[in-house]
Design a protein around this ligand. Structure first.
Ligand SMILES: [Zn+2]
Length: 257
């Protein structure tokens, strides 16, 4: 479980505003509905998935945004537990729910076409505190609690993905110790390599868990069908190779004269 997690000593203050807005590389989500199946299932719209009492049906799956960051190539960060205005509302999670979230995100990346390589992403659980006076005491406590118990998270029962209704780890949350977090999912940049020797290097286009390919445009996400992606790729290839072919034809004509 710990291999995909970056340890951070920093924290967020509950209710504070993040220093940046949503843009081409930052996205905020107040919920933890990761896959499209989570969104399409009304039972997963439970307030245990979020700190907001009401979750509009128009909310989008986190996977859509992860896909857009991958396809745009510049990478990016999705922050769960932060509302649209950029304020920290936090997600209250037990160790088992953290385990669930990490596994579900890994599973969603696996369901992309092609599957997303492991080295492309990591996630961090950043503690949220409610007052400055509790910062050190609380962060030490959380650190100690996590390091002591990570190895004790036994998966005797598999987590349920997608969350058709609540998973067992949500149902048992009230019996376990839990803390407030902002979850940061980081995607590395995969900027296209410069084309060399007239060869075109096309970026990998990932299809999301609903079959669509998403792209980031400033702070919004655009969806394309596979047919649109194929057409765009053909145009890229043609625009790249056609001038080279034309030049070779000219040279051939000159030689034959
Ligand atoms: Zn679970």
């Amino acid at each position: 479980m710990s291999s995909k997690m970056e340890e951070h000593r920093h924290y967020f203050m509950y209710g504070s505003k993040l220093k940046f807005d949503e843009d081409s590389t930052h996205e905020f989500k107040g919920h933890r509905l990761i896959s499209h199946a989570d969104i399409s299932n009304p039972k997963s719209f439970n307030k245990k998935q979020t700190n907001q009492t009401k979750l509009p049906r128009t909310r989008q799956a986190v996977s859509r945004c992860l896909c857009a960051f991958l396809n745009t190539g510049s990478g990016g960060d999705v922050y769960l537990g932060v509302n649209d205005e950029g304020r920290v509302i936090a997600l209250k999670l037990s160790l088992r729910q953290m385990d669930h979230l990490l596994l579900q995100i890994a599973q969603v990346f696996d369901s992309f076409n092609p599957p997303v390589p492991n080295y492309m992403w990591w996630l961090a659980f950043i503690p949220v505190v409610t007052s400055r006076s509790e910062v050190h005491e609380r962060l030490d406590l959380i650190q100690e609690w996590r390091s002591l118990k990570y190895d004790d998270v036994k998966r005797s029962v598999a987590h349920r993905f997608p969350s058709h209704g609540l998973c067992w780890c949500d149902v048992t949350q009230h019996t376990e110790m839990s803390h407030q977090y902002v979850v940061r999912i980081h995607l590395k940049s995969s900027k296209m390599k410069k084309s060399e020797n007239n060869r075109l290097c096309l970026p990998t286009i990932y299809q999301c868990d609903n079959g669509k390919a998403y792209f980031r445009n400033c702070a919004s996400v655009l969806g394309h069908t596979p047919q649109q992606v194929v057409r765009h790729t053909r145009d890229c290839i043609e625009n790249h190779y056609q001038p080279i072919v034309d030049k070779l034809k000219e040279e051939l004509k000159a030689l034959l004269r």
